[in-house]
Design a protein around this ligand. Structure first.
Ligand code: SF4
Length: 138
């Protein structure tokens, strides 16, 4: 059992113009607003890219889960560029592959079906948030 944490950072990629980028963002919003409010926390990916001190401190001092919209893994790589090992990295397409009845659509934001998939994805990611907050091994 490792150190307990009050915050777990959930970092989606920016994913502009891509449905799985929109799904990654929606999943993170669902976690932070509804599923694990007060525990799961977000920061803005470009803040890491410009080395904003508060954003950098947040991700280096707390466990980090990334959710990327495609194999380019921008969120994961942005964290790794700071010398931080990501605690868990997801690609959003995984959630669709496991729930093919919920096909996400929309690129600026997901449609109702995408929101349902984001809720399913957030429930899965929440288990990882809880484990990391409790200081359990990956
Ligand atoms: S991981 Fe893919 S979808 Fe996400 S910001 Fe990078 S290129 Fe865009």
């Amino acid at each position: 059992m490792g150190k307990k944490h009050q915050k777990v950072v959930v970092l989606p990629c920016s994913g502009i113009g891509k449905v799985f980028g929109a799904l990654a963002r929606e999943t993170a919003y669902e976690l932070v607003e509804n599923v694990r409010p007060g525990l799961a926390t977000l920061t803005c990916l470009p803040l890491l890219v410009i080395n904003d001190p508060e954003a950098v401190a947040l991700v280096t001092e707390n466990p980090v889960i990334t959710i990327d919209g495609c194999p380019k893994d921008c969120a994961k790589k942005s964290v790794e560029a700071l010398g931080k090992v990501v605690d868990k990295a997801y690609e959003a397409i995984k959630f669709y592959k496991e729930h093919k009845d919920l096909k996400p659509e929309g690129i600026a934001e997901v449609t109702d079906t995408g929101r349902k998939l984001a809720a399913v994805a957030a429930a899965e990611v929440a288990k990882m948030v809880d484990e990391l907050a409790a200081g359990e091994e990956k």
